[in-house]
Design a protein around this ligand. Structure first.
Ligand SMILES: O=P(O)(O)OC[C@H]1O[C@](O)(CO)[C@@H](O)[C@@H]1O
Length: 521
């Protein structure tokens, strides 16, 4: 008999701020007020930057003051656990939000409701403050932070662009029999790898590299890095991208499914790699043991069967994480596994750094220059500038040709867990459309929480069981979650792993240092 679940009645006891030992409590108590305060700072900066020449300056100043007052009031409500109230703007989702509020949390509040509802409701209330204005309704108070983090990702961004676009060092990869000599010389390291065909060793090596880079790209996340320490972010990315092993074409895939395309070696302008060819495992390979459930082989078994298929990315964060998602999507196209990628962005600013459609196009513009004379990254090496520009133009052509599509459905910024995707009336158009896909790739922690309904599953619960209807319904495509753990819910672990991790690293569930790659066939 199908059990009807709802936001206040998930399959297990909901994670909630009512439990003072929970990460939800800590997030509501100390981290979200900081995030809200930064919005006030950002709007104040924008207010001060209004040009005297702007004929609407006065009106914009008035509205900015109102936003600052409203957001300040929101922080007060949160900190004093005041009762929820209905939303008052006129966005397309307001009726559904207020119905969900009335049905499930009519007389509830921030620390009494489920953590998932409270946190989603907070970001929807932030949107309300802007939506109620005339001149700030499309303003993204998190854009500045997203821009800063992307700029600080330059080293890793450029290293990857060079591997994708610059002529490789011509290292033989057995691709000669597939491509004429002069063509191989001009091929990038990535193209050399995938030129051997969809089931080749090179394509497989590149796949496992993409999986790891895509996974750890999620670690660069603003909402967790309360003070986005740029040095910390760069170290984090270098940690991901450091690679000491030999050139991409010759190394075997190591047992833990990671491969070794040199995504971090600083390739000199003539395509010769400048890094060492040591034997020690790459940082990515060393990092593989931090993946507590690693279904990447199962994922590969699915991906390698695809020819010109469709893959959907349910995106998470902008900036470097979006960049590596695009790298992975580009790989799927180059290798011939997909000919259509659909990216699902958020319709409103969400969880600090989530991708809105503007962020998607903006990222491509920063790569190819978008017609602007000044470049976003300050690069001195012409080869690096060229690699970024070529990559940006390549990705822009995917968008212009419809190979890559970006949509932003309100479902992703609703309070609903993904159990409801197949049945929620307002999500039917989205679900019917997504069923055409061969594979859904969910990125990040919040998407994971919504997949498993953010409740107290035993960590040994099989992932397919924890995702409810998305695991049991035949009409749901294969799906995978790439998630660095930033909330106290994890499923799919083998017996004993939780106990071992509790001894190894007390904060393992929430510090973003550990991850899962969870696959549903
Ligand atoms: O950007 P991601 O990976 O979805 O992480 C967002 C997560 O960060 C937090 O805000 C804090 O861990 C969680 O509440 C939320 O799930």
């Amino acid at each position: 008999m199908a059990t009807t679940f709802n936001p206040s009645h998930p399959p297990k006891k909901a994670l909630s701020g009512s439990d003072p030992t929970s990460f939800g409590y800590a997030t509501l108590q100390s981290r979200l007020p900081v995030i809200v305060s930064k919005i006030v700072d950002d709007v104040y900066r924008a207010y001060n930057a209004l040009a005297d020449s702007d004929p609407l300056k006065k009106a914009k100043e008035q509205e900015a003051k109102k936003i600052i007052e409203t957001i300040g009031g929101l922080r007060y409500e949160l900190q004093r656990d005041k009762p929820f109230r209905p939303l008052t703007d006129t966005r397309s989702d307001v009726t559904e939000w207020n119905q969900a509020l009335a049905d499930n949390y009519g007389n509830s509040s921030w620390f009494k409701a489920s953590w998932l509802f409270a946190e989603c409701y907070l970001y929807r209330r932030i949107k309300e403050a802007f939506a109620l204005t005339e001149h700030w309704s499309d303003y993204d108070p998190f854009f500045g932070q997203k821009e800063t983090v992307f700029k600080s990702s330059q080293k890793a961004v450029v290293a990857i662009a060079v591997q994708l676009m610059s002529p490789a060092n011509g290292s033989s990869s057995g691709s000669e029999e597939h491509e004429p000599e002069e063509k191989v010389k001009s091929m990038s390291a990535m193209d050399v790898l995938v030129s051997q065909g969809p089931e080749s060793k090179g394509t497989r090596e590149a796949f496992f590299e993409m999986v790891q880079v895509c996974l750890w790209g999620n670690a660069t996340d603003l909402s967790l890095l309360d003070n986005p320490d740029l040095a910390k972010i760069e170290a984090l990315q270098r940690r991901m991208m450091m690679n000491k092993s030999s050139s991409p074409s010759s190394s075997a895939v190591s047992s833990n499914n990671s491969s070794s395309i040199n995504l971090d070696e600083q390739t000199t302008h003539d395509g010769h790699s400048g890094g060492s060819k040591g034997e020690e495992p790459s940082e990515l390979e060393k990092h593989a043991e931090k993946i507590l459930q690693n279904d990447s082989e199962l994922l590969w078994a699915k991906v390698k069967t695809l020819r010109n298929g469709r893959v959907d990315f349910i995106l998470d964060n902008a900036g470097f994480e979006l960049y590596v998602d695009l790298v992975f999507a580009d790989y799927l196209i180059r290798a011939g596994f997909a000919s259509q990628i659909v990216f699902h962005a958020k319709a409103i600013p969400w969880f600090v750094s989530d991708v809105v459609p503007f962020d998607f196009q903006w990222t491509l513009d920063q790569l190819h220059g978008g017609g602007s004379t000044t470049s976003f990254f300050n690069l001195s090496d012409p080869a690096e500038q060229l690699a970024l520009k070529d990559l940006g133009h390549k990705w822009q052509s995917y968008v212009d040709q419809g190979v890559w599509k970006v949509i932003a459905h309100d479902f992703w910024t609703s309070c609903y867990a993904f159990y409801h995707l197949p049945t929620l009336p307002s999500a039917q158009d989205l679900f019917q459309e997504m069923k055409q896909s061969d594979l859904w790739i969910f990125k990040g922690d919040l998407n994971y929480r919504k997949l498993v309904y953010d409740c107290q599953w035993p960590t040994t619960t099989p992932f397919q069981e924890a995702i409810g209807p998305l695991g049991s319904q035949q009409d749901v495509p294969s799906l995978v979650s790439f998630r660095t753990c930033k909330a106290d819910v994890v499923v799919g672990l083998k017996a004993g792993v939780e106990e071992k991790m509790n001894k190894v690293a007390k904060e393992w569930m929430v510090n973003g240092e550990y991850a899962v790659i969870s696959f549903k066939p």
